[in-house]
Write a protein that binds this ligand. Structure first.
Ligand code: AMP
Ligand code: ZN
Length: 113
């Protein structure tokens, strides 16, 4: 298994976990872009958003709901937060195991860079 995020999900590489269940793991981004920057990943390896099928709809929904719950736990539900998933080169995807970025704690500009 050569995937960095598979290794984090398996506990083989350390990360600061903020949530985990049977299908998801959430941990602090190593290079945070906001006061709260968490990555929510499925335990199962899926390389990009292009590799999802209809059977993954509940999985992706649970990633968004986990992010919202984590934002709320950290006090950002009312202030606001952003979730982002990057797909492939032009969007800046660098780790090819899907992950939802949760960003909160500062004003976030729109449109994003
Ligand atoms: P992306 O550019 O959307 O593929 O996002 C990949 C994210 O993974 C970046 O924000 C990195 O800072 C983050 N990252 C890379 N390696 C690690 C690691 N070992 N632990 C936590 N976050 C990481
Ligand atoms: Zn993986």
């Amino acid at each position: 298994m050569s995937c960095l995020f598979c290794k984090i999900a398996a506990g083989e590489i350390p990360a600061t976990l903020v949530y985990q269940d049977d299908t998801l793991v959430a941990f602090k981004d190593i290079n945070p872009q906001a006061p709260l920057h968490v990555l929510v990943i499925p335990r199962r390896h899926v390389a990009t958003l292009n590799d999802l099928s209809a059977g993954d709809d509940a999985l992706v929904g649970s990633m968004q709901r986990a992010a919202a719950a984590i934002a709320k736990e950290h006090g950002y539900a009312e202030r606001g937060f952003r979730t982002v998933m990057n797909c492939n080169a032009e969007a800046g995807q660098t780790v090819f195991h899907i992950h939802l970025h949760l960003l909160a704690g500062r004003g976030l500009v729109w449109p994003p860079g």
